[in-house]
Design a protein around this ligand. Structure first.
Ligand SMILES: Cc1cc2nc3c(=O)[nH]c(=O)nc-3n(C[C@H](O)[C@H](O)[C@H](O)COP(=O)(O)OP(=O)(O)OC[C@H]3O[C@@H](n4cnc5c(N)ncnc54)[C@H](O)[C@@H]3O)c2cc1C
Length: 116
């Protein structure tokens, strides 16, 4: 086990990817967790809807993006909770991963409620 700080990044969207890319040559160990095993290039989703591109054209496997970086590991997992006191991320499987620093880059969801 390395003595380097362990950084967990939750989310392999543009936010999470850029954090990992900025740190990939730093003396740290990085774990990138996403519920999907790919990064989706959302700006081209409309091309898929128009059948101009296939879904695979806009989805890049996270493992492939960082395959040359020994200090980056990618995990397919759904984060259900964060235990800030224990510095642990909890996955849907019940597995707990301990971090030194945590980056939450899980994006946003729409609020479909009508304003009152
Ligand atoms: C159709 C469309 C077109 C767009 N076009 C443009 C554009 O042209 N230019 C532009 O600047 N922006 C565009 N955007 C907006 C842009 O895509 C978003 O601003 C950007 O994706 C946000 O990045 P993010 O990393 O914050 O979140 P996201 O891209 O949403 O990434 C979050 C990641 O976290 C993962 N995740 C979330 N919760 C969990 C969990 N509990 N456990 C594990 N993983 C989790 C998700 O699977 C996802 O991979 C577009 C968006 C859409 C939908």
């Amino acid at each position: 086990m390395s003595n380097q700080p362990h950084i967990i990044v939750i989310g392999g969207g543009f936010g999470g990817l850029n954090v990992v890319k900025a740190l990939q040559d730093a003396p740290v160990q990085i774990t990138l967790i996403d519920r999907h095993n790919y990064h989706l290039f959302r700006p081209l989703l409309y091309q898929v809807a128009m059948a101009g591109l296939s879904p695979a054209d806009i989805a890049s496997p996270l493992r492939v993006i960082f395959k040359r970086h020994q200090n980056v590991r990618t995990i397919l997992g759904d984060v259900t909770d964060i235990d800030a006191e224990q510095r642990q991320v909890i996955l849907a499987t019940g597995e707990r991963l301990t971090y030194d620093k945590l980056v939450v880059a899980t994006g946003a969801v729409y609020d479909m409620k009508q304003p009152s």
